[in-house]
Design a protein around this ligand. Structure first.
Ligand code: FRU
Length: 482
């Protein structure tokens, strides 16, 4: 691509795959992420959306319905198999969501400290525009999971009616931390799984018999520990099979680069500027901004046994050192393009987790390569696949505060985007012009090919599909039996 005047060129990425067990980590560079601003419109009226419609989530109406009156609902995923197919089980679609009690006296922003995994089901042939998801309650019995708070993960149907729920076992030690929502003793985090059974009959779907196993805790060598940084991230496991490595099961998850907070030194490869680029930043200048505090990565692990109870860490597949501090809920999507399998890595990130000098919206980011571990090319050259409507011209460190009321009221309209087969993207509603969410957003569709993504505005109504549309694409256990 030719540079936008005033902006650097993006980094060169070959997309070439290497052995998943090798120690090459692809870099989402500052030069890449600078393309978000290069592609943003510098002259919109303050508070409008400055991003291209191709990467902007259509506007959610303020009068959205609540999915459930008793629980807030946020991060959500489907029952899947190892190839990211969404499974209809005995005629039911089943989804899993983080939930928190709406009536317990805390607000929506305190949800993280009170999170449980809940589940919903509805008949596979339901009308997604009319038929509500039935709430099945908490997935696990009280006080049975590893840790005292359940954060995101993924759920896979195994042999027969067995399911493996991979989740983040977060443990808060401090009542103040839980109630006030921050500032107390930092929580511990482990990746865990629970093997249980799914049952379906004419009354709906139930689960039982869960056996919990702790799988992974950060090692401090590749993945940062709480001792190294109380603000560490270690969460959101997603497992999958890779046709290039039959018989193996892999897991991607959210991590941070290991090392004591502040010790990291930004490197030339984190900046990623092409030689002689007149818009390149100097390493020392970047380091002096404090960008080295932002050290997100996407971790990789491989299962050591068929029961998926033993795992080994592999080096991260992607890092965002000196760019961004969080790459959450990663997923790998394999799509055949021109007779070749292309691996799309999708991960969500926030505008407030960007390093100094970097600017981007809350949304989902994508990277494409020839294998699980490859020199990933950020989609659209920037990485941004779909963001909430935002005026990126307003300053990153105080996007709405300094120019009060001038930011787009939908900058935090949705988060936790989950990419499904056929490019359907599910998310939860956070804040639409001040109206707080806690319910699933209208599903939108992105088309992606050759590393380019585009919001499909012919889908649904001006690009907005049904609320909470997570359709299944594979049936197991009967053709609509109940
Ligand atoms: C994304 C997220 C996840 C985490 C969960 C906790 O919205 O931050 O990374 O598992 O929320 O509520």
């Amino acid at each position: 691509p030719s540079p936008t005047p005033g902006f650097p060129l993006p980094s060169k990425h070959t997309q070439q795959a290497v052995d998943p067990a090798s120690d090459f980590t692809s870099k989402w560079t500052r030069a890449d992420a600078k393309q978000i601003m290069a592609q943003s419109n510098p002259s919109v009226a303050p508070g409008q959306n400055s991003m291209s419609p191709d990467v902007t989530m259509p506007e959610i109406p303020e009068d959205f319905p609540a999915m459930n009156d008793d629980v807030w609902v946020w991060d959500t995923w489907s029952l899947t198999d190892e190839n990211a197919n969404q499974i209809s089980y005995k005629g039911y679609d089943v989804i899993f969501s983080l939930v928190a009690d709406r009536h317990a006296g805390y607000g929506f922003d305190q949800r993280h400290w009170n999170a449980r995994i809940g589940y919903f089901f509805r008949k596979t042939n339901a009308d997604p525009a009319k038929d509500k998801w039935n709430y099945g309650g908490h997935l696990f019995l009280d006080n049975t999971s590893i840790g005292n708070t359940e954060w995101s993960g993924s759920t896979r149907l195994m042999q027969g009616n067995q399911v493996n729920v991979f989740y983040t076992a977060t443990t808060f030690h401090d009542v103040a931390e839980r109630n006030a929502g921050g500032g107390g003793i930092a929580p511990d985090a482990a990746i865990a799984k629970a093997l249980g059974k799914i049952h379906a009959d004419k009354n709906g779907v139930t689960f039982d018999g869960f056996q919990h196993t702790k799988l992974l805790e950060p090692d401090g060598k590749m993945y940062q520990t709480k001792a190294q940084n109380p603000g560490f991230a270690f969460r959101d496991p997603y497992t999958f099979a890779d046709p290039a490595h039959p018989g193996k099961t892999y897991m991607v998850f959210e991590g941070n680069t290991a090392g004591n907070r502040g010790d990291y030194q930004c490197k030339g490869e984190d900046l990623g500027y092409q030689p002689g680029d007149p818009h390149a930043e100097k390493l020392t200048d970047v380091q002096n901004t404090g960008a080295h505090y932002q050290t997100a990565n996407v971790g990789l692990a491989v299962a050591d046994n068929k029961d998926l109870t033993k795992w080994s860490f592999l080096p991260p597949i992607l890092s965002a050192n000196c760019v961004n501090d969080q790459t959450e809920r990663p997923q790998i999507f394999i799509q055949n393009e021109n007779g070749k399998n292309k691996y799309y890595l999708y991960t969500i990130s926030h505008q407030f987790t960007y390093a100094d000098g970097m600017r981007g919206p809350d949304g989902v980011y994508g990277f494409v390569g020839d294998g699980i571990r490859s020199d990933y090319q950020p989609v659209n050259n920037s990485g941004l696949a779909l963001g909430s409507p935002t005026d990126l011209n307003l300053p990153a460190n105080n996007p709405s505060g300094t120019i009060s009321g001038q930011q787009n009221g939908r900058q935090f309209q949705a988060y936790s985007h989950y990419v499904q087969p056929n490019g359907l993207v599910q998310s939860f509603i956070d804040n639409v012009n001040g109206v707080r969410g806690g319910s699933l957003s209208p599903t939108v569709k992105i088309n992606f090919k050759n590393g380019v993504t585009q919001v499909d505005r012919s889908f649904g109504q001006n690009g907005l599909g049904p609320f909470g549309y997570l359709p299944t694409n594979k049936r197991i256990g009967g053709e609509g039996l109940y």
